[in-house]
Ligand binder design. Structure first.
Ligand code: HEC
Ligand code: HEC
Length: 371
């Protein structure tokens, strides 16, 4: 009898602060990880040899014309495959922050402005960009042909000496994509909490800190964060204005999604194009259907929030130095800066210092997977 009461007491002590409705919303942020399967647009997706080849290429300066930088120069594993700089430095200071490459398959559009719709096309961009790696298809083909790679390339794609430069460019990028797809964050204390709630195991759920739970309540509740940072990867995959200034200099703006749409309409490497290996052209509807709208101006893709503790500074221009600065930004959001109609979803939150710490504790609980 006494033991029974004690057991009941222990269960009741298991400190789950959430209401039924909050629990239902929390479950929507998992389960994690998601299994995505192979990318049908990339015939070497999931191929172990291609993954190893892509990994070698990723940190090889041969992909830059002057052999002075590799993908890993900016996408450094130590920082979640970003670079800890506000804005990337290529041959000169670039306009945007280097995003993390974790969990890429959770996105439909790539780059801050969604200028591409698949990972291999996004990997072509830096190779050809004159301010980054500065190759053209011809010079890349010669560099690969003159390296130790032709044998590996040959096993995966065929004889390089018979391939047109554009085909070599695309094949190299598909090997890079096969590798990048494997970069994933693991389960965190948030996931253990979420899974325990799903299983009705309130004792395990109670081990998630009260502070993180209160932060989660703010995230799905008053903060409205989950409106954009939704689902298991904490992004709706779309483009929004989060009140970050879009001026690069006094006279130059970053058009954001508006520019991304211009880029994708001219890009020959989309899911709708001939370089996709998918005969069904799965996913091509998205690029075929996008339309220009004034409201796209100055919007940026909603980042996923898993692994974010490693990828400071934040936002498309790296203007916020840490998660506390991000929380302060949302807390005191400048409504005048919100130029996009209909983004009234963001309001100054008036959080207390305790509430700010709670929100940070919650964000940190999306990153403690030990990766
Ligand atoms: C000079 C630094 C630099 C180098 C070198 C570089 N990147 Fe990036 N990478 C960036 C920046 C900055 C962005 C954001 C681009 C944008 O939004 O316009 C980016 C974006 C990406 C993205 C999109 C990520 C997302 O979440 O949408 C992928 C994928 C990527 N890079 C892969 C590569 C690969 C592969 C290489 C090597 C071939 C490479 N990058 C070389 C700086 C770099
Ligand atoms: C209206 C949609 C929207 C809402 C609501 C929203 N965000 Fe964001 N979030 C974004 C967008 C878009 C960006 C990127 C903005 C940019 O770079 O200009 C972003 C960026 C971030 C980043 C930086 C991630 C990185 O890798 O740079 C964090 C952290 C973040 N948001 C957390 C939150 C929190 C916490 C809340 C709630 C208080 C919230 N967001 C509410 C859309 C939103």
């Amino acid at each position: 009898m006494v033991f029974g009461m004690l057991a009941g007491f222990t269960a009741a002590k298991s400190d789950v602060l959430l209401s039924e409705d909050e629990i239902a919303q929390t479950l929507l942020h998992g389960p994690w990880p998601i299994e995505y399967g192979k990318d049908p647009s990339n015939r070497v997706s999931g191929n172990l040899e291609a993954i190893a080849f892509g990994k070698a290429l990723f940190s090889d300066p041969i992909l830059s014309r002057d052999e002075n930088m590799s993908c890993a120069s900016c996408h450094d594993p130590e920082y979640g495959f970003s670079d800890a700089l506000p804005r990337a430095v290529g041959q000169k200071l670039l306009d945007r922050n280097t995003p993390s490459l974790m969990n890429l398959r959770s996105h439909r559009w790539f780059g801050w402005a969604g200028g591409t719709d698949n990972i291999w096309a996004q990997s072509i961009d830096p190779i050809l960009n004159i301010d980054e790696m500065g190759h053209d298809a011809e010079s890349l083909r010669s560099a690969i042909a003159g390296s130790t790679y032709p044998q590996t390339y040959g096993k995966l794609f065929g004889d390089i000496s018979k391939h047109a430069p554009e085909d070599v460019l695309v094949n190299i990028s598909k090997a890079l994509a096969a590798y990048q797809e494997t970069l994933r964050t693991g389960q965190t204390s948030f996931d253990r909490f979420r899974n325990a709630l799903e299983a009705g195991d309130l004792t395990t759920a109670g081990t998630y800190s009260d502070s993180a739970q209160r932060g989660l309540q703010l995230f799905i509740g008053r903060g409205n964060c989950a409106f954009c940072h939704s689902g298991p990867a904490f992004t709706n995959g779309e483009f929004h204005d989060a009140g970050v200034p879009y001026f690069i200099t006094e006279t130059r703006v970053d058009e954001g999604r508006f520019g991304g749409l211009k880029a994708i309409k001219q890009n020959p490497f989309t899911l709708a194009g001939d370089y996709s290996d998918d005969p069904e052209k799965t996913g091509a509807w998205a690029v075929n259907q996008v339309r220009f709208q004034h409201s796209d101006f100055g919007t940026f893709r909603v980042p996923g929030l898993r692994g974010a503790t490693k990828t400071a500074p934040y936002m498309h221009n790296g203007s916020l130095k840490d998660l506390a600065a991000v929380v302060d930004h949302y807390n005191a959001i400048n409504m005048e800066r919100l130029h996009v109609d209909g983004e009234a979803i963001l309001q100054p939150l008036g959080l207390s210092p305790q509430e700010k710490n709670d929100l940070i504790a919650f964000l940190e609980s999306l990153s403690d997977d030990g990766s």
